[in-house]
Ligand binder design. Structure first.
Ligand code: AHG
Ligand code: MN
Ligand code: MN
Length: 339
């Protein structure tokens, strides 16, 4: 197959970049790749499966209706990561507390994983792109199953992060802190191949992505930035284009490739924003910085935020460097911090 490189080959080839025990993180990333392929199979036939579509009949910890595919994906990632010896515990959007993995090995797993197993779940039933987001840390506790404290690490401590997008094609995009690489699934043989090496986000873009239906509830700085995006100014390619899918993974992926800014700010009903720090904002922030972009909460770098709870929320401004900075200028001027 010429120069085509599989995800497995790439992981092994790059494992020397990694400063800790080489094989473990590689095996962990491979396990995520495997679970992603299993979830992909179910996502692809979701329209055929009456028992897959629709509500699972329970609410998740956020009180949102859990979809069957959310539950399925959560179970699949847990199954793929437990009992293998690399991971000692998981924090998932779908589980209130830490999921502890008790290892049967002499050395307990050295990693913890925070995961949004199915992101964009409101798009499942309408055949629109959805995703999985994951974030990997070294444990801070010594041994045994993971503890709550293992997850209370700033985003800068992530050793790897990435997402899977179940879109018109399925891709896995990840970083271990040495750039961002994207792999496309060849469904005919069930393997990911390197398709987007060393991804970089353009410093300037023409796309802004925000749920404008919430406009009336946005901070003044965001309202003013949206107006700025809509003003005609050929020298800065304005007016920009508005694109919002409602799946963070899909909106992020498009903006990563084309250039753009994604904003989920505070609103009057969600004073801390909607997105979750541990398994949405932090992994995307790590990826975007590795791709040359910026991620903040409107004022401060996402990766420097000290978490205090598993499901904590944060506003998110993420994307092309100059676009995020411009939006932050509007925040500083019209919605100064702490006011
Ligand atoms: P999830 O499906 O994991 O709960 O995440 C949904 C998130 C994110 O994917 C998306 O960007 C955002 O919610 C959309 O929210 P709005 O519908 O409020 O725009
Ligand atoms: Mn999500
Ligand atoms: Mn989710």
């Amino acid at each position: 197959m010429g120069n085509v490189k599989s995800l497995g080959e790439f992981i092994v080839e790059r494992q020397d970049d990694f400063k800790y025990a080489k094989g473990e993180l590689s095996r962990l990333l491979s396990a995520i790749g495997l679970a992603a392929r299993v979830v992909n199979r179910e996502v692809n036939k979701a329209g055929l499966m009456e028992d897959i579509l629709g509500d699972a009949g329970a609410d998740n910890v956020q009180g949102e209706a859990q979809k069957k595919l959310d539950v399925y994906a959560n179970d699949e990632f847990i199954r793929a990561l437990k009992d293998r010896g690399e991971v000692c515990g998981l924090a998932s959007e779908e589980n209130e507390g830490v999921i502890e993995f008790k290892s049967g090995y002499s050395v307990d797993g050295q990693y913890v994983v925070a995961i949004d197993p199915l992101d964009g779940s409101s798009n499942i039933d309408v055949n629109v792109s959805i995703g999985t987001i994951f974030s990997i840390y070294r444990r801070t506790s010594k041994s045994g199953p993971a503890t709550f404290e293992d997850f209370m690490q700033k985003g800068v401590e992530q050793v790897a992060a990435g997402y899977v997008i179940y879109g018109s094609s399925t891709m896995m995009v990840y970083t271990t802190g040495n750039g961002v690489n994207g792999f496309t699934l060849d469904p005919s043989i069930g393997a990911f191949f390197l398709s987007h090496p060393d991804m970089k986000i353009p410093e300037n873009g023409k796309i802004y992505s925000i749920n404008e239906g919430n406009y009336v509830h946005f901070p003044e700085g965001v309202k003013q930035y949206i107006k700025y995006c809509q003003v005609e100014d050929p020298s800065t390619s304005r007016p920009y284009t508005s694109r919002y899918i409602g799946s963070l993974v899909a909106d992020f992926h498009r903006n990563l490739i084309k250039g753009g800014v994604y904003i989920y700010p505070t609103t009057t009903s969600s004073p801390n924003g909607k997105l979750r720090l541990l398994y949405e904002a932090n992994p995307m922030a790590f990826l975007i910085e590795q791709a040359g972009g910026v991620a903040t909460n409107g004022y401060d770098r996402i990766l420097d935020i000290q978490p205090t709870s598993l499901h904590q929320r944060t506003p998110l401004f993420v994307g092309s460097k100059n676009m995020v900075k411009k939006a932050m200028d509007f925040m500083a001027e019209h919605s100064p911090k702490g006011k």
